[in-house]
Ligand binder design. Structure first.
Ligand code: HSE
Length: 339
């Protein structure tokens, strides 16, 4: 299976490393023999229809900050359109307002009959329906399990919950950075700023961490879940958002004394909301550190909870690989010979 990678930051590079580590196992367990034919980052790109040496691309990136040739006025979308690949792996920086540049990359791939796997939340938040329709129209696959929950298959679990039942309520901890900050304020008495720096050093925060701490990242993930898992169609403007910037060490300490913890909770029932709440320490949603937890309330089968680490390069890369294995299975089922 020929892959093109656009975006070579923490997640893109982790995915390249994971491919190297798992090559043998992927072939024997899933019949997947990926060959990366194109890598594109902000200013450079590298192409080889016989397959790039990922070790070399990774060390070039580490050494010089580039992956190959300068783009010289070519846009990433043009490079994608001129690449012969089966699947585009899209991991560029998230833009919650325009969805760009991810939106254009995904569109270019679909129009060139490539399937797409993305962990980029921006295009899903602003154009979920049009992208899923475009994928269908071009008879290709569109997978994005890494966009919510990092390596934890929250969207897949939600899909399973909604088979034969209806999800009527969603609530959860969707932002690892905020949860990590609140946990370390609680445990180590770190102030907000130091805890945020710690989360950034661990690689959990967005390039602009205000997206994490002001609640937008949780809101985007909530919008993606509602659009993907329920018949409702919602947008960011429908979510009432407040973040954790105003939470002090005193608030956290006061909560702890009463057996509670402050957590940034996202919820969707009759209204969509992201706000700090006091959770009982025994509440299954009251997870620690970079963990996420989501409770799906179903009409007939009741509540179900999924918990797991919600951010991190290798974790998110493993979701991308999971999506790729699924695409390989679907292609094989419809008789495509691509492996
Ligand atoms: N910044 C995000 C978070 C990364 O902290 O949850 C994963 O989407």
């Amino acid at each position: 299976m020929r892959l093109a990678l656009v975006g070579f930051g923490v997640v893109g590079r982790s995915f390249a490393k994971l491919l190297q580590l798992k090559a043998g196992e992927l072939a024997s367990k899933s019949g997947l023999m990926p060959k990366v034919v194109c890598v594109i980052d902000n200013h450079s790109y590298s192409q080889d229809s016989n397959g790039l040496d990922l070790g070399k691309v990774l060390s070039k990136k580490n050494r010089s900050g580039s992956v190959g040739l300068p783009k010289k006025g070519l846009s990433s979308s043009e490079i994608i359109s001129n690449t012969e690949a089966d699947v585009l792996i899209e991991t560029t920086q998230t833009n919650f307002k325009t969805g760009e540049p991810g939106f254009s990359h995904i569109k270019a791939a679909f129009q060139s009959k490539m399937s797409v796997v993305t962990a980029n939340k921006g295009p899903l938040a602003v154009a979920f329906q049009s992208l899923t329709e475009l994928a269908r129209h071009n008879n290709v696959y569109f997978k994005f399990s890494g966009a919510v929950g990092g390596g934890t298959p929250i969207l897949d679990f939600g899909r399973s919950c909604s088979k034969g039942d209806t999800i009527v309520r969603i609530s959860g901890i969707l932002n690892s950075t905020s949860n990590f900050i609140l946990t370390h304020m609680e445990r180590d008495a770190l102030d907000f700023k130091s805890a945020l720096l710690y989360a950034q050093r661990e690689g959990y925060a967005e390039a602009d961490p205000s997206l994490d701490v002001d609640g937008f990242d949780s809101a985007v993930k909530l919008v993606i879940m509602v659009n993907y898992l329920t018949p409702n169609k919602v947008a960011m403007r429908d979510v009432d958002i407040s973040g954790i910037r105003g939470i002090s060490l005193k608030d956290v300490e006061r909560a702890r004394k009463t057996g509670k913890a402050v957590r940034l909770v996202a919820s969707a029932d009759s209204k969509l909301k992201v706000s700090p709440e006091l959770l009982d320490m025994t509440d299954p949603l009251c997870v620690s550190g970079a963990y996420n937890a989501v409770k799906f309330g179903c009409e007939f089968s009741g509540d179900k909870v999924i918990v797991g680490k919600g951010a991190g390069g290798m974790e998110t890369a493993s979701s991308i690989l999971r999506d790729l294995i699924d695409i390989r299975g679907m292609l094989a089922a419809r008789g495509s010979t691509s492996c």
